[in-house]
Design a protein around this ligand. Sequence first.
Ligand SMILES: [Zn+2]
Length: 343
Amino acid sequence: MWKDERIGKATFTRRDVLKIAGAAGIMAALPWSGAPEAVAAAPTLKGRQAGGYYRFVIGEIEAVVISDGGLSFKPIQPTWAPEASKEDLEGMLRSAFLPTDRLNLEVNTLLLKIGGELVLVDTGAGNLFGPTLGKMPERLAASGVRPEQVTAVVISHAHGDHFGGLLDAAGKPVFPNAAYFASKTEIDYWTGPAPDMSKLRIPDENKKVFAANAKRYLGAIKDRLAPVSAGQKILPGMEVLSAPGHTPGHIALLVSSGKEALLNAADTVHHHVLMFAHPEWTSAFDSDPKLAAETRRKIFDRAAAEGLRVLGYHLPFPGIGHVRTSKGGGFEWLPEPWSWTMA
Ligand SMILES: [Zn+2]
């Protein structure tokens, strides 16, 4: 009845197995765990995430979301949702099983192949933020694209986490063959003599850094920078939508091919729980918080009414999903399931 079990070089009796199982958990009783040569030390599973890009299609348009990484804001207030009571804010995060002491945001750049053009929408933070960002170039390479193959770069607005990837550590353009696009309002605002930053709720020191970086980066590409306006098509199937408030010239993009479309909402929304449930909750980085909230509601209303697929630059990777109205007068984010088939 107590038959020997021989696996590799290990020999157990059933009694041994039961003894081990009792002492060290049932895993130890599995026959292969007794083979010495098969139990090399288990490697750690912690560390950097791999991949970081996600392929999908919009009709005939090929698309890849390329993650630049993520960033964490601690504490949450007053930078985020300063209008919310601490109780409401924490209650909402807790009910979504999210930490209440920090707000994690991701950074999703978008690469599109439209006809023969390779268009990158926003570039990540480059060297401007800490080590958790600036991953776009390596992930672009991993997805099979060289920077010199990118023919156009669209900057949704001139904040460092969107334009930082334009220049490398030496200050050289990362995309030497690209034409650049940003809204005329945005270019005029940042390159003008004194951008009005009176409604931003960040320290004056930071405002100065924002303005200096915007001037420097937009300046570096100015010879190839084309101003665009709402309603204009940068390429067939890529229409500029006005989405002011986060910055004066912040734009969204409607990318469409055949019956399919993607609304790239850029920074119209930053958080997948807070700002959908409460579109009126804003960010200290908004140049006009009231207008940013109005724009957010407008974009959500449109996305929900038309059933549009949406991409959010700061939503959990890959940041693609749909928007649905919810009972309380707010909205809900429904992330799209990861697809291995690109169907
Ligand atoms: Zn941003």
